[in-house]
Design a binder for this molecule. Structure first.
Ligand code: SIN
Length: 327
């Protein structure tokens, strides 16, 4: 079989990070190495694929923006439909990788695998994890059928679905976990092996797209805690928030005075989404919080993305809740 043609879109992050010393694992500059050098550092890639590289941006992923997401989704879409391309790998900072992955999984309709990867240690570090992660991302992208699982995150020998993956540790290389549902598979001896498949909507099952969207509606996330200031809800509404995600207590709850303020916001047409700061379990409808949308099992940051895309199509509460049921 001829080698697969994999297109690498480089966005920066620690995988492209440089530090002054090989034992400096935290004080480095992310997004300092160019895509050609990332690929050149892993000559084994040539055994699996022919590579084309593109530097989309070279940033610390803390600086990822919604307008870059829209641009990236359009770029990925344009490359994915090319007949000469068999798969796409996106190198990206790990801090917001799960958000970019989820956004792309909802907005890109692709016949080829799209894999995000990165690193927890800069390219200059002893035992840098980036080279192997890049190789394994290419191996996964070169696997026929890998597109059936939607946009994937490949890190530390493990394959995750964009919908369920979370960064769970500040510095460890096994930081990416799909805590609630488990990973989809592993890479072993150069082969991507899958064991389960998500049933949520993604890729061709998603009704969303970046085409025709020039921006996303303003949506804010509010973390609930003892002493939370209810005026924060009012401030967000005044600043033009169309929806507020409450990273709520337990089963998506909030202090009574915050809920009162949230109800005022709902009267002004602002959507209130109840997620949970516990980062586990399902948030479901309860009479006490009538009129709110439940984030299901989505983390607050992914609930934000889904409501932003859903609001681009409908403001109807029932339809919004249905979207959270299936995505
Ligand atoms: C970033 O997210 O760009 C920096 C951190 C990382 O990639 O691990």
């Amino acid at each position: 079989m001829s080698k697969r043609h994999i297109y690498i879109i480089a966005c920066g992050g620690t995988i492209a990070g440089k530090a002054a010393a090989a034992d400096d694992l935290t004080g480095y500059t992310a997004g300092a190495v160019a895509v050609e050098d990332l690929v050149a550092a892993v000559p084994q890639i040539a055994d699996y694929a022919v590579i084309t590289g593109e530097q989309f941006c070279n940033i610390d992923s803390s600086d990822m923006t919604e307008s870059l997401w829209l641009e990236l989704a359009r770029r990925v879409q344009a490359i994915a439909v090319r007949e000469d391309i068999d798969g796409i790998v996106i190198t990206h900072g790990t801090d917001t990788m799960e958000e970019t992955a989820y956004f792309l999984s909802l907005t890109v309709h692709t016949p080829v695998p799209v894999i995000l990867t990165g690193a927890m240690r800069p390219a200059t570090a002893i035992s840098a994890d980036g080279p192997l992660n890049l190789l394994e991302a290419v191996q996964t992208a070169a696997t026929p059928g890998a597109a059936d699982y939607g946009v994937l995150v490949v890190m530390n020998g493990t394959i995750h679905a964009a919908r369920f993956v979370e960064k769970t540790d500040t510095t460890h290389v096994d930081t990416f976990q799909s805590r609630q549902m488990g990973c989809l598979g592993f890479i072993q001896d150069g082969q991507a092996l899958f064991y389960q498949k998500p049933v949520t909507c993604y890729n061709d099952g998603s009704v969303f797209s970046s085409q025709g969207l020039s921006d996303l509606p303003k949506v804010v996330i509010m973390y609930a805690y003892v002493g939370m200031n209810p005026a924060a809800i009012d401030d967000a509404v005044r600043q033009g928030a169309k929806a507020i995600i409450v990273a709520g207590l337990g089963h998506g709850r909030m202090p009574a005075d915050v809920w009162q303020q949230a109800q005022q916001a709902m009267k002004q047409g602002v959507v209130i989404v109840r997620a949970s700061r516990t980062l586990g379990g399902i948030v479901t409808a309860v009479p006490e919080y009538d009129g709110t949308i439940c984030a299901n099992t989505l983390t607050p940051q992914k609930a934000k993305i889904l409501v932003q895309l859903a609001l681009s199509q409908s403001q109807d509460a029932h339809q919004l809740q249905q979207v959270f049921r299936y995505y």
